[in-house]
Design a protein around this ligand. Sequence first.
Ligand code: LHQ
Length: 263
Amino acid sequence: MNYQSILFSADKGVATITLNRPDKLNSFTDDMHGELRDAFKTIAKDETIRCVLITGAGRGFCAGQDLSHLASEDARAEQDLGETLDKNYNRLIRTIRSLPKPVVCAVNGVAAGAGANLALACDIVLAARSASFIQAFCKIGLIPDAGGTWTLPRLVGSARALALAMLGDKISAEQAHDWGMIWKAFDDETLMPEAQGMALHLATQPTQALALIKRAFNASTSNTLDQQLDLERDLQTIAGRTSDYHEGVDAFLNKRPAEFSGK
Ligand code: LHQ
């Protein structure tokens, strides 16, 4: 597939997706969603890809849904927003959350609406100090989507999540970091080297264990402690049968760095 709205590359085990409509702050269109689906299909199929890095081109990360085709009342009335979510956003968020590989997000600028919630759906979120997060939905009479009503309260607690969703206030990367919404904030010029370094590191780690960690954390949000203990038993059994487990223990005992294959 020839991509127009994203850039896609794979190198040294890391697939990099760059949202690439900088003039429109990388806002989502149907075409961009189609390209993202195609890129994630490649990522899922290609065993040599062991980490994904998502970022945005230009001064923004992503301003959510492209609203420009909604200028007329007719266009707004015709659109079934639930259908748009089913067709595009829900598939994207489910793909990221269930992908058995780590997904790092480098938020290089403003992340608004579904753009903010795309970032928060990723496993590890880094941001430039000049970046910001806006639950912009209420400003146009909508509710947070792309998983925001699920992700936000779990990350920052319901007091902050509700206020963010109802006020639509812009919060800085520093604030997002202080509230535990993201992993780290970096000076703008160091964001990409840091994010790339982290992605390259993750691509050399025990991929199956990382995927199982992700599965366990996903399930923990609705499991009881008993269910979670059972799940840990089951997933640890699987982890214990990977080559990387044997490699990790052998490397530790022989005081050498582990060379994980992802198998
Ligand atoms: C844009 C956009 C944009 C088009 C900036 N669209 N052009 C929604 C509906 C349907 C189904 C399901 O889900 C959703 C989910 C959602 O995501 S709803 C939320 C949609 N997003 C927003 O409401 C955010 C709209 N954008 C903004 O509030 C501002 O642009 C932010 C705060 C993100 C950035 O502000 P500034 O830094 O001042 O930039 P700007 O506003 O000047 O934008 C730069 C350009 O990008 C500008 O184009 P122009 O041709 O005038 O230079 C904007 O029109 C364009 N742009 N967001 N979502």
